[in-house]
Design a protein around this ligand. Structure first.
Ligand SMILES: Nc1ncnc2c1ncn2[C@@H]1O[C@H](COP(=O)(O)OP(=O)(O)OP(=O)(O)O)[C@@H](O)[C@H]1O
Length: 214
């Protein structure tokens, strides 16, 4: 069953066409790997899938079960695009608790479990300002994973992660996919897509092509 439908969408920035009349259906429970050269439009497409960027022409329809009550906000999405949006003077757990306080779905124990899952110490008081790149990446993933979203949109989830962390996040994403979470993730590494995704979407020259992963 389709949960996001992109129909004949085009997007340009200052006369540069990034997406040219593309159509794409995201099916509930499937996982998609988005690949293509630098600057080909992967992040733009991810932002379009959750309504953060509107197409110039064409449409993006998001299933109403994923939207907030007033149907304007993508409520059941976990998003990690352009790194974490964090409060630098707070610890990882305090950043997650701040976020969880908005919708009050997750408890402190839930937030601690998510940090533990991504490989950050829930008890650490270290301020995020002093985090390494990989630690910030793990925080971005934790922010996307809280409240068990139905759809995960992840821009290069393995960026800056060491080998063991890549293994851990791969296992975590596969488990989420197997339990029904819809995942769309970008990657420059085919092996990462093959390890997690059912389908591969290639963007190049403003056009997209979707194939099943063998
Ligand atoms: N808000 C914006 N304003 C102007 N141009 C933009 C904006 N967002 C994206 N672009 C342009 O759109 C093009 C596609 O960018 P995008 O970030 O989607 O590429 P990408 O495929 O994710 O690249 P990478 O692999 O390097 O992460 C780029 O040329 C970029 O400069």
């Amino acid at each position: 069953m389709s949960i996001i439908d992109v129909r004949n969408a085009s997007k340009s920035f200052k006369g540069q066409t990034v997406l040219a009349d593309v159509s794409l259906t995201i099916e509930r429970g499937r996982s998609y790997g988005l690949c293509g050269p630098n600057g080909s439009g992967k992040s733009v497409l991810l932002q379009m899938l959750c309504g953060l960027i509107a197409p110039d022409t064409g449409s993006v329809s998001i299933d109403s079960s994923l939207l907030s009550a007033d149907r304007t906000f993508p409520d059941r999405f976990g998003i990690s695009i352009n790194g974490p949006a964090y409060l630098a003077g707070l610890s990882a757990i305090d950043n997650l608790l701040d976020l969880a306080a908005i919708r009050k779905r997750d408890t402190r124990a839930d937030c601690e479990a998510v940090l533990d899952d991504v490989g950050l110490d829930p008890r650490s008081r270290q301020r995020v300002r002093t985090f390494s790149l990989g630690m910030k990446q793990k925080l971005a993933l934790a922010q996307a994973f809280i409240e068990s979203p139905e759809v995960l949109l992840l821009d290069e989830p393995f960026n800056a992660l060491d080998e063991e962390s890549v293994q851990n996040i791969t296992t975590l994403l596969r488990a989420k996919s197997e339990s029904g979470t819809t995942i769309v993730m970008t990657s420059h590494h085919r092996s990462e897509i093959d390890a997690i995704c059912d389908s591969i979407i290639t963007i190049n020259g403003g056009k997209i092509r979707a194939d099943t992963v063998a």
